[in-house]
Each structure stands twice: as structure tokens, then as C-alpha cells.
Design a protein. Structure first.
Ligand code: NOJ
Ligand code: CA
Length: 671
């Protein structure tokens, strides 16, 4: 335990003294990662707390502010002494229900520093650090105490003072949507971002800032810190009246996370975000199962069919059965049906949907029964149009109806401004709403796929029925906008996907969209669409195109075969925004996906991830034909089968906007 010995300063003097690197701290407490390379330090300088993070003794985060400002209470930013220090270590291995690995090691050292105001109300604020070999998480804990009961936070004072003007990939700080392209700029040009925010230093260290376990709090965005170079400050998403968080003690904030790696792939292979969440609270998880699914969906986005009733209504009983038949024939576990319930002609209006009344041409019970007979689960759909308030009053009945007919996976959607008006998708009210629906779904044994969601922060460790979510500019944008440029999916694994799985909905084979959307298109080759099944993690993984576009195409074999949950994941090679090659293991088989941006390129990848030295693997490769190009010749795929071993290298020749996919099966020799 250390005690503050300094003089207490006030007002402006405090600010300057705490920020002055020269001023000697009155107290410091440090904690290192298990391998000793990363260190987090909490310092008190004239009573003001700051934290810093270093790796191999070089600064990653320079001393940065901590604390809160309140609407009615004095700020909790200074005047502290250290009132107690606790240290502990965690080393456990846990098994996720699904994910990028079948075993996850949670290995870190923890430091909790209890700060107490010397004067005034003597309020207490504890800062807890967990330091892993691949990064740091820290959170505030405001214990129950006489001097602090309920409060309105108007500012969380956390800043991230980076050690240089790094190169950053960022998505703008929209409070209602993550569906934007990423920008790559210098840190000094970041205008405001949603997290994860990923960056590379001049020395080539990769960093990503995000949050873990976002519970009953508002989402964190990052904005340039006023008057400080190369620094981002937390800016929480507000309530309609500008307050950021309505809270009461005891309160633990989400973890603020800084992932650190030497390769871009280190960030992807990390489990830090999941590890900073509570263990699974669902006792029997046997009903939670990863699925590949088809759906009455793409036809709606390209305009071939409609959500609402009419001559080209998509969700008819007959059409749903056609999808079920195709799914059963090709080994898909699920079929999503959108536009089955009344209200679509009033989409966005208050109370547009009741979630229980099917259109006249859709027999919900019969479709669910038919699916069951064929071994295909129907995935239900609740589009709220943003009316979360109304959804809360109807969701019990809506989930119960689905359960009654045997449907246990539901896609939800919040496409539109939130009711209550003025609330944001990423604010505390909605964070609470999304969790309430998730808990209800867990009670009723329903798996969720949430669109227009709050970003993932690892909650799926605690509630593994939180399968996947959007929160990304996904495939749909290719159907009705200028689309997603080829580089988009080479950025996603290192940004959005660090937060958790994404329902990007890959698998479009009719890329030019000539029939329905001649002015729109998908900016990839077919081989790249296949590779996305390995590159992008989603335990509910869609084959998004129409059945008729898969029929008779040999490339579809890869989608039929590829799993959507994994035992092991390795990023073999990557340059963020240029290309990425990922290998994932399922049982004793391996799957590889490599994708590139608008540049064609040749990549050599070592196959040393394969087991057994000299053991041959029967490898089926789906690659861009030599004249393939996302714009002029996107559908040309070469498929070949070869024998490869761990000692071999594989040459991936990727077309502009192209990719390559492969699966490796160990060859069992006759004795
Ligand atoms: C937007 C979602 O992202 C999309 O998947 C869905 O089809 C529409 N909203 C309608 O719910
Ligand atoms: Ca969307």
C-alpha cells in the first residue's frame, strides 16, 4: 500500500501539474503482463490520477487522464490519495460454445488501486487494470459509499495519449450506425471515431482501442483530446438531454481496452475482449448451435421480391419451402425469412409491427413444420424499424409464438431512428434494451442475430446465444449504393471484427447484378466471396445469394463445406487494407481464405500450420482464373485438387478484387 505525501493543489494548477511530464508523481503503482513485456502504471500527481502503458519499456500510452465529471456532483478527477492496492493473477482456460478457437486461455495480472478523495465527501474510485501478454484492460469501479449514490455522468475523462502520430483505421463516430467505410489517416487527422480504432506506429507496433463488457453504460466513441497532440479522449454517446450515463453506486464501467501486437494478425488471434467478460451464465448451452443459413433476403435488397405483400412478395409459404428444400439438399442448417409479418408498408412508423401477424400468403406454422421435417431451422425475423420501446412490450408474445412453432433463432433489426425519439442506437438506453432482449432470448432459449446493434464487446462469452450481429457496412450496400470497395473486407478483420463476429452475409455469385440492379454490383470475384467464409467470423454465417445463382456452380461446394465455428485460428499474412490470409482449423481439417484489395498480387504462404510433418493433405483450391478481375471477369474460378504437406508453400495468385479459398483434409492411408 502506498500513500500520497504531496500537497493538495486546486483548480487550474492541478491540470497543469498533472499533465506536466516533468512533475514527479506522489505515488505510482505498476503491473506487468505475465511475460513481463507490457506494463500499466497508475500515477497520482498532486492528487490527480493518470495511467500509462508501455511495452518493452517503450511508451504505448503516455500518462493520460482518468475520472468523471457529473451534472450535479463535483468532478471525480483529483484530490485523491491511494487508499489501498490489491493485486491478483488470473490463469484459466475456458471453452467457448462457438468461436475462433475451442479453448481460450485467460492469463493476466490484475491491479486494483483504490483512490480516495482527501477532502470533501471522501469519495472512493477504484481503477482496476488487467494486463495480458497481448494488451491491457482497465475499468473504473465506484463502490457503494455515503458520498456517492445516484449520479449523472456528463463526461468520462479517460484519454488515450498515444506516443506518436500513428496511422489509424477509423470509422466515424456516428451515434446510430457503424455502417460506414473505414478511413485511413494520421492520428492527427482523426475527427471522431467509433471503436475499435486500430493503428500502427512508426516502429510497426499494432494497437487497437475498444471496450469490453459494455453493460448498462453508454457506448464509447473517441474524439481528439482538446489541446493535446496525438491523443484521443472518450466521448460517451449521450441521452437526449446531453447526460452520458445515468448511474448509481455500486457501478463498474466497461473495460477500456488497448490491444497490442507485433503483427496485424496478433490482434485477430487475441481473446482479450472475450476474456474481460464474465463466464457463461447459461447452464445448458446444448441448444446453441452455429449454423450456415440461406434466406429470403438478397432478393429483397436487389428488388426482385418485396418484404410487403403483393405480386412479388418474398415470404410466401411456397417460396419459403423452396428455400428449405434447397437448404436441405445442400446441408445448410437454417433459412431466414424476412417480410413474413404485417407492417412492412409502415416500416419506420411508431408501432408498425406486431411481430405475430403473418401476411395472408405465409403460413408460419406450416413453414416451421416443413423445415423441421427437412432438418432445416427457420430463422425468424423481427424488424422494429427502430421502435425499441414498442418492441419491449411485444417481445414476450413474439418470442413465445416462435417457440411455439419451434423457431429458436431470431434476427432482430433496428433500421430507423430510435423510439423513444432522441435516444441513440449506441447510448445507454439502447445498450440496456439490447441486453434486456438478449437476456429474454436466453431465458426462452433463442439465439440472436442483431442488426443495427450495439457493437460487440465480448458479451457472447456470458450469453453465447448472442450469436452474431451486423454493426458493419455489409453486403447489402452493394445492392443499393455505390457499394463496398474491394479493400473494405481487408480492413474489417483488424477493426470491426476485433470486437466480435459480424453478419456480413457473404456468398454472392451473381456479382454484376445485371438482371435487377444493372447500376450496382459487388466489387469482388467469386473466389473472394468464398474466401470471406474463412476470413470473416460469424457463428451464423449466411450464403446470401439466391438458390438459383448457386445451382450448378461448382464453386458452391466450398460454401457447402466450410464450417462457421473453429478450433483454431491463424492469421498467416496480412497488410491492413491491402490483403489478408487466414487459416482456421475444424477437427483435423484446415480451411484457408486469402483476399486482396483492388490490386492483384501473388502471395506465398507457408503451410507449416498443417500437422504431421510429412503427412499429405488432400487440398481443394478455389482460385481466381488467370484472367479474373472483379470488374471485367468476376466469375472465373479455377478449382483444382492437389496433395500438400506442412513443408510446402502455397502460391496464391489473387486477381484485382480477388481471393483464394482452400480446404485441407488429412489423407488417411490404408495400413
Ligand atoms: C437492414 C438489415 O441490415 C437487413 O439485413 C434487413 O434485411 C433490413 N434491415 C430489413 O430488416
Ligand atoms: Ca443494416
Amino acid at each position: 500500500m502506498s500513500r500520497l505525501a504531496g500537497t493538495l493543489l486546486t483548480g487550474a494548477m492541478l491540470v497543469t501539474s498533472a499533465l506536466n511530464a516533468q512533475a514527479a508523481p506522489d505515488a505510482t503503482e505498476a503491473v506487468s503482463s505475465p511475460d513481463g513485456r507490457i506494463e500499466a502504471v497508475l500515477a497520482l500527481t498532486a492528487g490527480r490520477p493518470t495511467y500509462s502503458i508501455s511495452r518493452d519499456s517503450r511508451p504505448v500510452i503516455q500518462p493520460s487522464t482518468l475520472g468523471f465529471r457529473f451534472k450535479d456532483d463535483p468532478p471525480l478527477t483529483g484530490g485523491f490519495t491511494v487508499d489501498g492496492v490489491e493485486r491478483s493473477a488470473v490463469d484459466e482456460t475456458w471453452r467457448p460454445v462457438w468461436g475462433s478457437a475451442s479453448e481460450v486461455r485467460n492469463h493476466c495480472n490484475e491491479l486494483a488501486v483504490r483512490l480516495k478523495e482527501e477532502g470533501g465527501r471522501g469519495r472512493v474510485m477504484t481503477v482496476v487494470f488487467r494486463v495480458f501478454d497481448d494488451g491491457v484492460g482497465f475499468r473504473y469501479v465506484l463502490p457503494e459509499q455515503p458520498g456517492l449514490g445516484s449520479f449523472d455522468i456528463v463526461s468520462e475523462e479517460t484519454a488515450f495519449r498515444l506516443a506518436g502520430d500513428h496511422t489509424v483505421w477509423w470509422n466515424r463516430n456516428d451515434y446510430d450506425s457503424y455502417e460506414h467505410l473505414f478511413r485511413k489517416t494520421a492520428l492527427s487527422a482523426v475527427e471522431g471515431a467509433n471503436t475499435p480504432v486500430t493503428m500502427v506506429t512508426a516502429e510497426g507496433l499494432y494497437l487497437s482501442i475498444h471496450e469490453a463488457n459494455l453493460t448498462d453504460y453508454s457506448g464509447m466513441t473517441l474524439v481528439p483530446e482538446k489541446g493535446v497532440r496525438n491523443s484521443l479522449a472518450a466521448e460517451l454517446v449521450p441521452w437526449p438531454d446531453g447526460v452520458k450515463v445515468v448511474g448509481r453506486t455500486p457501478l463498474a464501467t466497461p473495460w477500456r481496452t488497448v490491444q497490442i501486437g507485433e503483427r496485424p494478425g496478433d490482434l485477430v488471434e487475441s481473446h482479450l475482449i472475450l476474456n474481460l467478460n464474465e463466464p457463461c451464465v447459461i447452464e445448458d448451452t446444448s441448444w446453441i448451435r452455429p449454423m450456415k443459413y440461406l434466406g429470403i433476403w438478397w432478393s429483397l435488397h436487389i428488388g426482385g421480391e418485396t418484404w410487403h405483400e403483393g405480386p412479388t412478395h418474398g415470404a410466401t409459404t411456397a417460396n419459403a419451402k423452396r428455400y428449405v428444400d434447397f437448404a436441405a439438399e445442400h446441408g445448410f442448417e437454417g433459412v431466414l425469412v424476412e417480410g413474413w409479418n404485417t407492417g412492412w408498408d409502415r416500416w419506420g412508423a411508431k408501432g408498425a409491427f406486431d411481430y405475430v401477424t403473418p401476411y395472408d400468403d405465409f403460413d408460419l406454422e406450416e413453414v416451421a413444420r416443413y423445415g423441421r421435417e427437412k432438418g432445416v431451422a427457420i430463422i425468424g425475423h423481427h424488424e422494429t424499424g427502430g421502435d425499441a420501446a414498442d418492441y419491449e412490450t411485444r417481445v414476450d408474445e413474439a418470442f413465445d409464438l416462435y417457440r411455439r412453432v419451434g423457431i429458436d433463432a431470431v434476427k432482430t433489426g433496428y433500421a430507423g431512428g430510435i423510439y423513444p425519439r432522441g435516444q441513440h442506437h449506441h447510448g445507454q438506453w439502447m445498450v440496456f434494451h439490447y441486453r434486456k432482449i438478449l437476456e429474454k432470448a436466453a431465458e426462452k432459449r433463442i439465439m440472436l442475430d442483431v442488426h443495427e446493434p450495439i457493437k460487440p464487446t465480448g458479451i457472447s462469452r456470458t450469453y453465447p446465444n448472442m450469436m452474431t450481429r451486423e454493426g458493419v457496412r455489409g453486403m447489402e450496400y452493394n445492392a443499393w449504393s455505390e457499394g463496398n470497395p474491394p479493400e473494405h473486407t481487408t480492413i474489417l478483420p483488424f477493426t470491426r471484427m476485433l470486437a466480435g463476429p459480424l453478419d456480413y452475409t457473404p456468398g454472392i455469385f451473381d456479382l454484376p447484378l445485371d438482371e435487377f440492379k444493372p447500376d450496382n454490383r459487388v466489387h469482388t470475384t467469386i473466389a473472394k466471396q468464398l474466401a470471406l467464409y474463412v476470413v470473416l467470423l460469424s457463428p451464423l454465417q449466411m450464403a446470401a445469394d439466391l438458390p438459383e445463382n448457386y445451382e450448378g456452380n461448382f464453386a458452391f461446394q466450398f460454401i457447402e463445406r466450410v464450417p462457421c465455428t473453429w478450433d483454431e485460428t491463424r492469421v498467416l499474412d496480412a497488410a491492413i487494407g491491402d490483403y489478408v490470409v487466414i487459416a482456421r482449423r475444424s477437427g483435423d481439417g484446415w480451411y484457408l481464405g486469402g483476399i486482396t484489395d483492388e490490386e492483384g498480387r501473388v502471395l506465398e504462404v507457408s503451410l507449416d500450420f498443417l500437422a504431421g510433418g510429412n503427412m499429405p493433405y488432400l487440398t481443394r483450391i478455389f482460385r481466381d482464373a488467370s484472367d479474373a478481375h472483379w470488374e471485367t471477369n468476376p466469375t472465373a474460378v479455377d478449382i483444382s485438387t492437389v496433395e500438400l504437406r506442412a513443408e510446402d508453400t502455397m502460391t496464391l495468385e489473387l486477381a484485382p478484387g480477388g481471393g483464394a479459398a482452400a480446404y485441407f483434409r488429412p489423407m488417411v492411408r490404408e495400413r
